[in-house]
Design a protein around this ligand. Sequence first.
Ligand SMILES: CC(=O)N[C@H]1[C@@H](OP(=O)(O)OP(=O)(O)OC[C@H]2O[C@@H](n3ccc(=O)[nH]c3=O)[C@H](O)[C@@H]2O)O[C@H](CO)[C@@H](O)[C@@H]1O
Ligand SMILES: C=C(OP(=O)(O)O)C(=O)O
Length: 429
Amino acid sequence: MDKIRVRGGNVLKGTIDISGAKNAALPLMTAALLSDETLTLSNVPHLADISTLLSLLAQHGVEVSMDGNASGGHTGRVMKLTAKTITSTTAPYDIVRKMRASFLVMGPLVARCGLARVSQPGGCAIGGRPIDLHLKGLQALGAEIELSEGYVEARAPKGLVGGRFVFPVVSVGASENLLMAACLAKGETELVNVAREPEVVDLGHCLIAMGAKIEGLGTDTVRIQGVDRLHAAQHQIVADRIEAGTYAIAAAITGGDILLRHAHIDHLPVFVDKLREAGVTITAEAEGVRVARTAAPLIGVDVMTEPFPGFATDLQAQTMALMTVANGAAMMTETIFENRFMHVPELARMGANVTIHGSSALVRGVKRLTGAQVMATDLRASVSLVLAGLAAEGETIVHRVYHLDRGYERLEEKLAACGADVERVREAG
Ligand SMILES: CC(=O)N[C@H]1[C@@H](OP(=O)(O)OP(=O)(O)OC[C@H]2O[C@@H](n3ccc(=O)[nH]c3=O)[C@H](O)[C@@H]2O)O[C@H](CO)[C@@H](O)[C@@H]1O
Ligand SMILES: C=C(OP(=O)(O)O)C(=O)O
């Protein structure tokens, strides 16, 4: 298993190209199941999760071709997905268990084929992560749902029909599944309290390019008029705001200055406000977003995670790493996932002073962190340890970096290009 070695203390300066968003790419790839014509996606990130989803789509009958490579410029990797015929409507346990986002094949399959059998994804390290809203939403579109032998079976032999569904809590994945399903349902669907995350909006734009009729994207009520079929389209995947936020913290925690090329400042509104409150300078530029903290001290700020446009839960761990070395205290409250503080004991190994009280963690800033051997537990927790390592005195070794490879492409290369002393230690077996 690979490890990452970081020697802290370097000030990061330079430019980082932000890749296409993992959390946009995954639903966009499943949208290819809705049409028998080719969906062409550009700016595809090179990530383990993308490969996992490709293996699932292949067994549903999707043909895939790739052009370009990850370092070939902003629109570098181009993926063509063609689902001429769906050869299987079953998404097996062996693939779904590797990645929860696999459940996003459910909506497209039942909408196109009238049948889908998808393994129940189960929980993961950060929480239980139920799928009840995906299922209730599909029922509102006329699907019959049955659970048996660890699989969810959705049937709509005469096709889905438009309906109204009010989400009791905001769910990104359930919004995406229903948005895709509603495109091929008969009549109008209204989704209320739908997720407004940029990745959901990006999916909506791609569906519109494929011929879907959707209004209200980016607001909490979206209306979809079903159409008989969707057609070929080309779509460029939106820049990864979580990757951008992560490198923003790399600049802030090292007292550096980094241009995040292709990042959109309006995709991280509360995060940007909080970093500015903490003493970080953030400016929108023609090419992206510049993040700098060259002289100002870091100040502890309270953070509460919320659905978009609130503070993203996927940036909570990284922000906590920053707060461990701020002046004063910061209260970090996690409202989305019940077990998303697994980085706390690992940060403590590096000298951080954090105490957990239910869904909040009180971080009291320390003068400096010290390098240590630490264990990655999930994707964002892992990268928070790399960020802490950049600011720590001495050497940090982050174990189990396969979590990182799910969501960060060429992490070491991007950081090293800005002056970080970071490398991957490859281990056989
Ligand atoms: C691949 C992808 O895009 N993953 C993102 C997506 O995950 P994902 O789509 O799984 O997250 P959701 O937005 O669905 O989850 C939000 C909350 O709703 C709850 N819930 C969700 C569905 C459901 O049927 N019932 C239910 O109760 C969840 O347990 C959680 O407490 O959004 C999360 C919240 O921004 C991000 O952290 C993940 O990175
Ligand atoms: C939690 C995340 O991803 P997933 O929903 O794929 O587990 C994430 O991207 O931080």
